[in-house]
Design a protein around this ligand. Sequence first.
Ligand code: MLT
Length: 266
Amino acid sequence: MPKVKLNGISMQYHLEGPRSARPLVFVHGFPFSLALWKGQEKFFKKNYRVLTFDLRGMGQSALGKAPQPLEAYADDLLALLDKLKLRNPVLCGLSMGGYVAMRSLQKAPERFSGLVLCHTRPDADGDAAKLRRASGIKTIREKGARAFIKGLHPTLMAPETPASKPEIARDLLKIMKENNANGMSNALMAMAARTDSSAFLAEIRIPCLVIAGEKDALMPLEIVEGMAAKIPGSQFICLPEAGHVGNLEAPHIFNAALEEFLKTLK
Ligand code: MLT
């Protein structure tokens, strides 16, 4: 898979689809990689120029000199779009990818033509969330990345998913295991110290689709729905029976909703 040098690191990405088609950029969550979007890449590459990439310190992208704040992840996204000459893409971020997407849009609102926020929230971490991050970093340091991943993995899916769709649970674990301790610890610190995008929601002027999971234990439905309500003219969909990774757990509904949304864009 190709890599590009930017902002002092080597970043892995994958770009598919017709050169003249509208760019569609997917930003994965934590602790995943571009592999999270395999199903979307396959579905959308016929009609869209689909970009997936590994956030710094995750998948096969280097972390660079740590610590790196969330701002660096947003700067990377903007630099990657420059390098690949992708203009006015639709930006789709899941969870931490949503934090990066919101911050990127806030920094450069003129550069995007649409926004899709999946399983994410606009506000910054409160004290309880900060303490959970601290405990996660401690687990990674004392017990290793695998121990942290083992604890996190079941919470990412709806309770029924591991039994009803074991291949999804397996694929997700495989993606998670490709991440390393330093990259994961940095991402936890970056998320704990991220800015609050809540006030920015009312300023969003591009079409927006918000996607929630009915059984998402990490991003409560009312918070995701509340975020959608604050974005002028946004559309909202809740994926039934899905947890935190609706693009994997309910791919047909997810892809259909995204396709419908994309068709409405000028
Ligand atoms: C993610 O999936 O990216 C994380 O759950 C986000 C977070 O921990 O805030």
